[in-house]
Design a protein around this ligand. Structure first.
Ligand SMILES: [Zn+2]
Length: 231
């Protein structure tokens, strides 16, 4: 791992080798959001959907991409970093070096800051779900910025399904889903050609763990073009 966001003590740690040496098991390592997308393909809502994007809401905001049944990881396993799409050009600086990133505005610590810094993220979500106006307003603004990014993702990938998941979804998943679905159905370029479903993950809170377990199946059973050709 090289400079993992929000985990400064884990820079330059050869995690795969260390785990393999200490357990003597084969070890697979992946990005948590990509793992969550793989879990959704094997055990969640995307089982029959060849192309979809996964918006992962945890401590930070990440993503995963499946295109034509293949997981897309990118050159350095850092594809689908949806959290670092700029949605407010004059917004707060982000640790990534960019400005006004989705993550800098929508992650749990940003939501706490928007409430004045005195209310925990879980409590903000619970209050918003019960209709408390201040919390509801903060969550709806966050949903709007997530929706801005979601429209860009849908336009870029031309997918059928956008899944929302991760532990930070909490009780506000349905608020996020509604706002994002409305944006995608009214602002995505190909909206007259096909619908894009927006769904909350049925395994949202455990998505990354289920995904990590699914990685073993996926690495073993999913057809990969490169393997077929070299065979
Ligand atoms: Zn950023």
């Amino acid at each position: 791992m090289v400079s993992p966001p929000r985990l400064p003590a884990w820079d330059q740690v050869p995690i795969k080798r260390l785990l393999r040496e200490h357990t003597r098991f084969p070890v697979t390592v992946d990005n948590d959001a990509t793992a969550a997308a793989i879990g959704e393909r094997w055990a969640g809502i995307a089982r029959t959907t060849p192309s979809f994007a996964y918006l992962y809401l945890g401590t930070g905001i990440g993503g995963g991409i499946f295109l034509d049944n293949q997981v897309y990881r990118g050159r350095s396993m850092n594809a689908a970093e949806f959290g670092h799409i700029t949605v407010e050009p004059d917004g707060p600086e982000c640790y990534c070096g960019n400005r006004g990133c989705v993550e800098a505005i929508c992650c749990p610590s940003a939501i706490e800051a928007a409430m004045g810094g005195h209310v925990a993220h879980a409590a903000v979500c619970a209050a918003a779900a019960q209709g408390e106006p201040g919390a509801r307003q903060v969550i709806e603004r966050v949903a709007g910025r997530l929706a801005d990014a979601a429209v860009s993702v849908v336009n870029m990938l031309d997918i059928d399904l956008l899944v929302l998941g991760g532990p930070a979804l909490r009780e506000v998943g349905e608020i996020y889903r509604e706002v994002i679905a409305r944006a995608v159905s009214s602002r995505a370029l190909a909206r007259r050609l096909h619908a894009v479903r927006v769904e909350t993950s049925p395994i949202a809170a455990d998505a990354a763990a289920i995904g990590a377990a699914s990685l073993v199946f996926h690495a073993t059973y999913a057809p990969r073009l490169g393997t077929l050709l070299s065979g």
